[in-house]
Design a protein around this ligand. Sequence first.
Ligand code: CMP
Length: 142
Amino acid sequence: MPVERTLSIIKPDAVAKNVVGQIYTRFEQAGLKVIAARMMQLSAAQAEGFYAVHRERPFFRDLVNFMISGPVMIQVLEGPDAVAKNRALMGSTDPKKAEPGTIRADFADSIDANAVHGSDGADTAAEEIRFFFSGLDLCPRA
Ligand code: CMP
């Protein structure tokens, strides 16, 4: 399996619930390594830029407002098949449909407050990583 990188965001609801460590444990137990991390409070312009692909969707304004409602924890995860592995750990976007034992099933409340974001493919991952981190921020791990 190829070693990949993916972007993960622990959203304001999960940060407020103080479960950052529990979510990191799930990444680590699945063989994903955190190679860069940053906690920040997004501005509206930053959230709009990050989610620009969704700007015509009816949920865009609610999504942006939610993402700026509190601090988020942003990380780059590295490991074999990291994009798909992270998506499996997260579960379905709508927590009501998320498989038992997934991050969203265990920690999310609604489709907006759904605990985590993860890149949906290798190309998106590269773009999303560049949005938040420079090459100098990444610390590849043995
Ligand atoms: P995320 O993986 O961060 O990508 C876009 C976000 O939009 C998604 O998680 C949800 O939190 C939010 N969202 C709200 N409504 C919808 C919807 N109907 N379909 C997809 N995403 C939605």
